[in-house]
Design a protein around this ligand. Structure first.
Ligand code: AMP
Length: 307
């Protein structure tokens, strides 16, 4: 059941209409692993941090069954830093600052024990680094899932397209799907993106849920209507972690099981937004997760008699 998670481990500074954080722990791989480790262990993490990244955070992940042999620690350098400001709707945000720091010349080296992993989660990261990870694997994973963002569409589109060609499931948000495909209609965008390589496409729509496309089939999962959204940062990564964690746990890569994965991902993301950073993900239990998944079942379940 081995799963490789690749992505940033970072410091974030977040502003929402309701509050502002100091530098807090973030990064795509951080959120993915906190989320996925509820469903599958061990997780083989691939990332890079500077000497400023707290050892206590690495220890906490290890206690969750996340192996960090593939996390490089560059003692004399600074960790990746990202800062963003959310708009009033909490669905859209502006990136205020992206400092690559250790990420600028990151050359991932996969430990031997990672090389036969069954599942690969390529979290948001430099596309060239995602490619280097794929090239070190000894066998093609059962399922490769990739998450990315507009930053890489703007700065590394050619490499990004090379990675997209090699993955089974791509996850992007609605504006990124439009940017990547040049199509406004999400159905047309999905078709165009699936023609670039992936057999499955997930389009995330923030508080409006997520769509899963495969051939001519579409599945929709709502987001849980929450009274308060405190901080949406990491929701997409947490969603990805729940999805791949559940798929790795069940080992079933059928479209029908991916629908369940989308619901599990949505449930995990609904926790993430309840507090700043990874705080909420660190406190939830299996009972909390099960109860939340049941709320999703209630949300979408109905009987109709057509007369
Ligand atoms: P999400 O809200 O799911 O899009 O993820 C936000 C997380 O992604 C933050 O914790 C950031 O540290 C991280 N992040 C932001 N920009 C980038 C980027 N260009 N590449 C990789 N990770 C990023």
């Amino acid at each position: 059941m081995s799963l490789i998670v690749v992505g940033t481990m970072a410091f974030d500074a977040i502003e929402t209409p309701f509050g502002k954080s100091d530098r807090i722990i973030g990064g795509a791989a951080t959120y993915i692993s906190w989320s996925a480790s509820n469903f599958t262990r061990p997780i083989h993490q691939v990332s890079v941090v500077g000497g400023d990244f707290p050892e206590s955070e690495l220890n906490a992940l290890q206690e969750r069954g996340v192996q960090i042999d593939g996390v490089q620690i560059k003692k004399d350098e600074k960790s990746f830093f990202w800062s963003g400001r959310y708009h009033l709707d909490m669905n859209t945000r502006d990136t205020l600052d992206t400092q690559l720091n250790v990420l600028a010349d990151f050359d991932p080296v996969l430990p031997e024990s990672y090389k036969n992993a069954e599942f690969l989660m390529l979290g948001n990261l430099v596309p060239a680094v995602q490619l280097k990870v794929i090239s070190q694997l000894q066998q093609k994973p059962k399922l490769t899932v990739m998450d990315t963002m507009n930053f890489w569409m703007d700065t590394a589109l050619d490499d990004l397209k090379k990675v997209i060609q090699q993955v089974d499931v791509l996850m992007v948000n609605d504006s990124e799907a439009r940017q990547l495909s040049g199509e406004y209609s999400l159905v047309k965008a999905a078709r165009a993106i699936m023609n670039m390589g992936p057999t499955y496409l997930v389009i995330k729509k923030g508080e409006h849920g997520a769509l899963l496309f495969h051939g001519n089939q579409v599945f929709f999962a709502p987001a849980l209507p929450l009274e308060e959204v405190f901080d949406p940062t990491g929701a997409g990564d947490t969603f990805a972690g729940g999805f791949i964690g559940y798929i790795a746990q069940t080992k079933d890569i059928s479209f029908d099981n991916m629908k369940n994965g989308i619901i599990v991902g949505s449930a995990m993301a609904s926790f993430c937004v309840e507090k700043f950073g990874t705080e909420r993900l660190k406190e939830i239990s299996k009972a909390d997760i099960d109860a939340r998944i049941k709320e999703f079942v209630q949300l979408v379940n109905f009987d109709i008699n057509l007369i």
